[in-house]
Ligand binder design. Structure first.
Ligand code: FPP
Length: 245
C-alpha cells in the first residue's frame, strides 16, 4: 500500500508551505557545482505541485529565493534567476493545462526585468484557473513583509483611512503579501536544519512543522505523502485541551 492510499483526503491541510533546502549540499556530496543542485531541485518542485493538485491541496507556497539570498555569490544569484526564467517558460503550459493558478509573494521589483516579465506573463495566463494556488516566495522575507505592512498601515492611518482601534488580525492580515491566502496548516523544511529562516513568521503561528533530513533534490512524492501523513497524526489544539476538542 502506497503512503498516498493511507491519506485521509478529507483531512488534508488546505495550505502547505515548503522551505526547499539542501541543493548546495546535494551538489557537494556529488562533487559537482552548486548550480547542478539547484537544477536538480526543479524535479521535486514539479512533484510536489503535481501531488498537491492530484490530492486536492488548495494552496502551495514554495520558498524559492529569500531576501538574504541576494548576498550569495553574484554568479549563483544570476544562475538562479536564469533557472527561474527557463523553468517558468518550460512549465507554463503544463501548469495552465493543470488548472494551476500562479502567484508570487515577495519584493519582485528587485528581480531582473526578464524574470519579472516571465512572472507577469504566467500570472496573467493562469489568473482565472481554479485548481491549485501555487505561490513562489521570491525576494521574500517575513520581516520585510511585516515591516512593509506596518508602513502601509501607518500611511493609511495618516491619511485618516484607518484608526488604530480598527487594527485586528483580519485588518493586519490584509496588508500582508498573503492577504488572499489562508495560513499554512503545515510547514515542511528539507535539508536537516530545524529553523524557519524568516519564512511566513506571522502566518505560521499555529502551523505544524515537519523537518526532514532529505536534501531537496532527493525529495519525492512519497516523502511528501509521508509529511502529510505525519500531519494527519498530529492533534491540533490551538491552545485548548485535548478534552475540549
Ligand atoms: C536552498 O538550497 C535552495 C535555494 C536557495 C533555491 C531554491 C531553488 C530551487 C529549488 C530550484 C528550482 C526552483 C524553481 C522554482 C525554479 P541551498 O542552496 O541553501 O542548499 P545548502 O543549504 O545545501 O547550501
Amino acid at each position: 500500500m502506497s503512503l498516498k492510499d493511507k491519506l485521509d483526503l478529507k483531512e488534508l491541510p488546505r495550505h502547505v508551505a515548503i522551505i526547499m533546502d539542501g541543493n548546495g549540499r546535494w551538489a557537494r556530496k556529488k562533487g559537482v557545482a552548486r548550480m547542478f543542485g539547484h537544477r536538480n531541485g526543479v524535479t521535486p518542485v514539479r512533484e510536489v505541485v503535481e501531488a498537491s493538485g492530484e490530492l486536492g491541496v488548495e494552496y502551495l507556497t514554495l520558498y524559492a529565493f529569500s531576501t538574504e539570498n541576494w548576498s550569495r555569490p553574484p554568479e549563483e544569484v544570476k544562475a538562479l534567476m536564469a533557472l527561474l526564467v527557463s523553468t517558468i517558460k518550460k512549465e507554463s503550459k503544463k501548469l495552465d493545462d493543470n488548472n494551476v493558478r500562479f502567484s508570487t509573494i515577495g519584493d519582485i521589483s528587485q528581480l531582473p526585468n526578464v524574470t519579472r516579465e516571465q512572472i507577469r506573463h504566467l500570472k496573467e495566463k493562469t489568473s482565472t484557473n481554479t485548481g491549485l494556488n501555487l505561490a513562489l516566495a521570491l525576494s521574500y522575507s517575513a520581516r520585510w513583509e511585516i515591516l512593509k505592512a506596518v508602513r502601509d498601515l501607518m500611511n493609511e492611518a495618516l491619511d485618516g483611512k484607518v484608526k488604530a482601534a480598527d487594527i485586528d488580525e483580519e485588518k493586519f492580515g490584509s496588508f500582508l503579501a498573503t492577504s488572499d491566502i489562508p495560513d499554512p496548516e503545515l510547514l515542511i523544511r528539507t535539508g536537516g536544519e530545524q529553523r524557519v529562516s524568516n519564512f511566513l513568521l506571522y502566518q505560521i503561528a499555529y502551523s505544524e512543522l515537519f523537518f526532514t533530513d532529505k536534501l531537496w533534490p532527493d525529495f519525492s512524492k512519497e516523502d511528501y505523502y509521508a509529511a502529510l501523513l505525519d500531519f494527519q497524526s498530529r492533534e491540533r489544539r490551538f491552545g485548548k485541551t485535548s478534552e475540549q476538542l
